[in-house]
Design a protein around this ligand. Structure first.
Ligand SMILES: *[C@@H]1O[C@H](CO)[C@@H](O)[C@H](O)[C@H]1NC(C)=O
Ligand SMILES: *[C@@H]1O[C@H](CO)[C@@H](O)[C@H](O)[C@H]1NC(C)=O
Ligand SMILES: *[C@@H]1O[C@H](CO)[C@@H](O)[C@H](O)[C@H]1NC(C)=O
Length: 454
C-alpha cells in the first residue's frame, strides 16, 4: 500500500462546506487535508507563485499546431455549431467585438451562437506577444541547452512549429470552452485510456447512457478491484481534471464590460462540480484526487531535489544575477518540501513480479503518452496550452518517481547519462505543480466564500 498517504481519510463536503475529519493518523505522518492546506497555502504557494513569475519559468516552448490524431479536428472554435459556422471576423457584429452585444437586435439564437463562438475564439486565443529581449534571448537559451547533453527528446521541443509562449500573458482561466467538445476530450481520456472496460460507466459521465444508480456502485467496485498502479492512474487523471476545473471556476468571466473584462470566483459553478449533494458525492472524491495528485508531484519534487542542488546546474536565461536568484528560490521550495513530514512509498508501485511490473510500467507510460496526444484535440488554444503543460508536468513527475536509482547515482560535477531533464520538462514540472498549489489555495477561498453564503 501507499504507506502514509492519508488521502483516504474521510473529508467531506457538506452543503458547500468542507470538513476535514482526522481519523486514524497513519504511521508518523500527519498528512491530513488540513495540514496539506496549511503547508501549501503558507509555505509553498507564495514561493511557487514568485518562482513561476521568473523569466526561466514564464516562457514555455510548445507546439500548439499538431493535429488531433484521434478524430477530425473541429477547429479552434468548437463549441456547438461553431465548426459549421467558422465564425469569420466579418460576421461578428461590431458590438460583439467590443463586448457589448446586448443592444443589438439580431435573431437571438443566431447571435447567441456567434457570440459564444466568438467568445471562445477570443478568450481562448493565445497572446503571443514576447518582449524584444526575450526573443533574442531564446536563441541564446537554445544554444546553451544544446551544449548540455540532452538524452530525451520531446516531439514538441524539436518541431519547427514549436514556439515560446509567455505564460504570464496567457493565464489559465475560463474561456467558454465547454460542452460536448470539451467533454469528448475528457471522456476519451477516462473511457479509453484509464484501463476501463467499456461495460463500466463512469459516474456522472455526460456522454454515457445513464442506466441508473447502479452505475456508481459498479464503477467503484471496478476501481477497487484494480491493481494499485491502475487505480493510481485513474486518480491522477481525476485529480488533474479537478484542478483544471477549479482554475476555471476561480477565474471565471464575471463581467464583460466595454473597457475590460472582470474575472473572479464563481461559487455557483464550483458548487455544480464539487458540492456533495449536487454531484452525488463525486465532488468529494474529485477533491480527494486533487490532494492525491498534489502529494505525488510533491514527492517527485522531493526526489528530484538532488538533481538541482548540484552547483553546476543553472537555470539559464543569460542574466547571471537573476538566474542565481531563481535557483535560490527553487532551492527554498525544495527545502520547504523536505521539511514537510509526509512520506509515502512509491516503491510499492510496480513492485510486484519483475516481468509483470515491467509490462505494467510500460503500459502506464504508453497510456500517459496517449493522453498527452489527446491534448492536441482540445479545441481552444489556451486550454490546449495549459492542458499540455499540466500533462507534461505530471509526466515529468512520473519520470522522476521511476528514476530513483538514476537520480541517486548522479555525478556531482557533470551531466549524467542516466537522468536528464530538459528545460521544457523543468518548466512544465514547476508550472504544473504551481497549478496544483494554486488549486489548493483557491479551494480555501471557495470554502470561505461558501461558508459566508450559508
Ligand atoms: C498581449 O499582451 C500585451 C502585453 O500585456 C498587450 O499589450 C497586448 O494588447 C495583448 N494582445 C492581445 C491581442 O490581447
Ligand atoms: C522591439 O523591436 C522593434 C524592432 O526591432 C522596435 O521597433 C521596437 O521599438 C522594440 N520594442 C521595444 C519595447 O523595445
Ligand atoms: C489512445 O487514445 C485514443 C483516443 O482516446 C484511443 O482510441 C486509443 O485506444 C488509445 N490508445 C492506447 C494505447 O491507449
Amino acid at each position: 500500500m501507499w504507506r502514509g498517504i492519508c488521502l483516504f481519510l474521510p473529508f467531506v463536503v457538506l452543503g458547500g462546506r468542507l470538513y476535514s475529519e482526522l481519523t486514524g493518523v497513519l504511521d508518523d505522518c500527519f498528512c491530513d487535508v488540513e495540514s496539506i492546506d496549511v503547508f501549501n497555502n503558507f509555505k509553498i504557494y507564495p514561493r511557487i507563485k514568485k518562482l513561476t513569475g521568473k523569466d526561466y519559468f514564464r516562457y514555455y516552448r510548445v507546439n500548439l499546431r499538431r493535429p488531433c490524431p484521434f478524430w477530425p479536428d473541429d477547429g479552434h472554435c468548437s463549441i456547438k455549431d461553431c465548426h459549421v459556422e467558422s465564425c469569420p471576423e466579418s460576421k461578428i457584429p461590431v458590438g460583439i467585438k467590443s463586448g457589448n452585444y446586448n443592444k443589438y437586435s439580431q435573431a437571438p439564437s443566431e447571435i447567441a451562437d456567434v457570440t459564444e463562438c466568438e467568445q471562445v475564439k477570443e478568450l481562448g486565443a493565445i497572446n503571443s506577444t514576447l518582449s524584444n529581449r526575450s526573443k533574442q534571448a531564446f536563441a541564446d537559451w537554445a544554444r546553451h541547452d544544446d551544449a548540455q547533453d540532452n538524452f530525451c527528446e520531446l516531439d514538441d521541443e524539436t518541431s519547427p512549429d514549436s514556439e515560446y509562449v509567455d505564460l504570464l500573458l496567457n493565464p489559465e482561466r475560463f474561456t467558454g470552452y465547454k460542452g460536448p467538445s470539451a467533454w469528448r476530450v475528457w471522456n476519451s481520456i477516462y473511457e479509453e485510456n484509464c484501463f476501463k472496460p467499456r461495460s463500466v460507466y463512469r459516474p456522472l459521465n455526460p456522454l454515457a447512457p445513464s442506466r441508473g444508480d447502479d452505475d456508481e456502485e459498479v464503477f467503484y467496485k471496478w476501481l477497487e478491484g484494480l491493481c494499485l498502479e491502475k487505480r493510481v492512474f485513474y486518480r491522477l487523471i481525476s485529480g488533474l481534471h479537478s484542478s483544471i476545473n477549479i482554475h476555471l471556476c476561480a477565474e471565471y468571466l464575471l463581467d464583460e464590460g466595454w473597457s475590460r473584462s472582470v474575472w473572479g470566483p464563481n461559487p455557483q459553478e464550483f458548487r455544480q462540480r464539487f458540492d456533495t449533494a449536487e454531484t452525488k458525492g463525486e465532488g468529494t472524491r474529485r477533491l480527494k484526487n486533487l490532494y492525491f495528485l498534489y502529494l505525488i508531484e510533491l514527492r517527485a519534487l522531493y526526489k528530484v531535489a538532488p538533481y538541482f542542488e548540484r552547483a553546476f546546474i543553472n537555470l539559464y536565461t543569460g542574466n547571471l544575477k537573476e538566474d542565481g536568484a531563481t535557483k535560490d528560490l527553487l532551492l527554498q521550495v525544495f527545502n520547504e518540501i523536505k521539511s514537510f513530514p509526509m512520506h509515502f512509498d512509491e516503491k510499492s508501485m510496480f513492485a510486484g513480479h519483475k516481468i509483470e511490473a515491467k509490462i505494467l510500467k510500460e503500459d502506464f507510460r504508453l497510456h500517459f503518452k496517449n493522453i498527452s496526444r489527446i491534448m492536441d484535440c482540445v479545441g481552444c488554444s489556451k486550454c490546449r496550452l495549459w492542458g499540455k503543460l499540466q500533462t507534461e508536468g505530471l509526466g515529468t513527475a512520473l519520470k522522476i518517481l521511476f528514476s530513483e536509482k538514476e537520480i541517486q547515482k548522479l555525478p556531482e560535477h557533470s551531466p549524467s547519462k542516466g537522468f536528464q531533464l530538459t528545460r521544457q520538462e523543468i518548466v512544465a514540472l514547476i508550472n504544473g505543480f504551481g497549478r496544483l498549489s494554486t488549486s489548493i489555495h483557491q479551494l480555501h477561498s471557495f470554502r470561505l466564500l461558501l461558508d459566508d453564503n450559508r
